[in-house]
Design a protein around this ligand. Sequence first.
Ligand code: DHB
Ligand code: FE
Length: 281
Amino acid sequence: MAQLIGGLATSHIPAIGNAIHKGLQNDPYWAPFFAGYPPVQQWLGAQKPDVVVMFYNDHGLNFFLDKMPTFAVGAAAQYNNADEGWGIPTLPPFKGEVDLSWQIINTLVGKDFDIVTCQDMLVDHACTLPLKLFWPEGEAPVTIVPVNINTVQFPLPSAKRVYALGKAVGEAIAAWDSSKKVVVCASGGLSHQLDGERAGFINKAFDLQFMDSLVSNPEWATQFSTLDLVEKTGTQGVELLMWLAMRAALTAAGPSVKEVHRNYHIPISNTATGLMAFEVA
Ligand code: DHB
Ligand code: FE
């Protein structure tokens, strides 16, 4: 059976792609953000996963507001990045892990999740930037399965439902007939609001409590409705639902996890940035 070895979570912001492109990693503005990543890069270098299952939210590149699935799973042999209008350079295509895609899709449908399956799927900064941050040199040495969760257009799935989805994805990975090593990854959050009266809103106290909860009480955030989460974390902060899915997936590998690393830095652009890495204990 496949080995689910751990989980990663990171914020995504288009400006990160620009900073990488311009080599600004040591610039005083960017250094506290990029300094978080080497311990995770080293952990990945030692663990050598084969596959990344990426929980992320598309921002209008593959799904626009006219057709918005609540949950969508990629089942493509290749995922192309494309221009989102932010002016950041596109990254080369990523290879899909098609067999695991169908294992996840079959498991989810078998457990009554009504998902959309995508055999053709563009991936935006939310899927590509974490891979670039984790493997900054050249192309990431992994195949991927993108799992898209709508946090863009209401109604959004509840934290409770996202947790259940993540758990089912973890069970699908653990039951996959393969000798490959898999990590689950969350892309998004932490607190931020890009527009409206509360533009620039950040809630450090909530972010830190949420990060702590993921270590030993992973269901803690499922007590909140999506509107509670918007109130506490901002309209885009609700992307932290990805972190919940990732952590729920890890419950399929064992009752507890070891925190390998974390970083938290305010702000990058409008966002409170977070990074966490977990190993299955
Ligand atoms: C920003 C944050 C996001 O999550 C995003 O998708 C786009 C922009 C920002 O803070 O600039
Ligand atoms: Fe985003």
